[in-house]
Write a protein that binds this ligand. Structure first.
Ligand code: IMP
Length: 207
């Protein structure tokens, strides 16, 4: 009986500890967010439409297209997009990491931190990006990838701040949603200094 009582008190104290832990780790980030722009449901519906278009448009080839996940912003979008394509077509997943932003400011250049793993010469590639803003990052990505002479390139971005574009000759093939150039958006992969990526919606950050 004493043994049982001991076990019971042990469980109770562990539960109490866990409660303290949960409370300490739950400092809400809701006050940082101005408003939600796109809910997860809206995002997934639109991503489904983009997937349908891609399935219809992908060029016919013996070799599957290489989808390039521009990490880390596009990571959430990439998973949902490729899953929405699902068993309707074969594809290869690759990724690259570029750096262009410092806090909320574009640095004006983009450098390669991690290059793609695949040889893309003569292959059909689909660049999957989170957001195109000034277009400087996408131009740098294109310059790098075009120099390797792929057979075709399609650009698919979840969000587009088209009015903020500095690089004018950029053709974006697929866009999920347009966003205002003055809004800094976060969530569903988009970040501010690597925070907010985990949010299951796209929201506007308070200035
Ligand atoms: P660009 O070079 O100005 O077109 O910026 C493109 C990159 O900046 C994107 O890949 C994003 O990582 C980042 N970026 C631009 N606007 C936002 C934003 O509103 N929220 C989060 N990241 C952004």
């Amino acid at each position: 009986y004493i043994h049982l009582l001991y076990c019971y008190s042990l469980v109770l104290s562990q539960l109490a500890n866990r409660k303290v832990l949960i409370m300490n780790s739950s400092s809400s980030i809701r006050p940082d967010i101005e408003r939600i722009l796109f809910t997860k449901k809206q995002l997934l519906t639109r991503i489904g439409e983009l997937a349908d278009q891609l399935v219809a448009d992908l060029p016919d080839s013996d070799e599957p297209p290489i989808f390039i996940n521009i990490m880390g912003g596009a990571a959430h979008f990439f998973v949902h997009l490729t899953e929405a394509i699902g068993d309707r077509g074969q594809l290869i997943e690759d990724f690259a990491v570029f750096k262009s932003y410092d806090g909320e400011e574009s640095t004006g250049t983009a450098k390669v931190l991690i290059d793609v793993r695949y040889r893309i010469t003569n292959r059909d590639i689909v660049i999957v990006e989170d957001i195109v803003d000034t277009g400087i990052t996408m131009r740098a990505i294109l310059d790098l990838l075009e120099s390797r002479h792929p057979r075709s390139i399609l650009i698919c971005t979840l969000l587009d701040k088209a009015e903020a574009r500095i690089i004018k000759d950029l053709k974006i093939d697929y866009t999920g949603f347009r966003v205002e150039k003055g809004d800094f958006v976060i969530g569903f992969g988009l970040d501010l200094d690597d925070k907010y990526r985990h949010l299951p919606f796209v929201g506007i950050l308070k200035q």
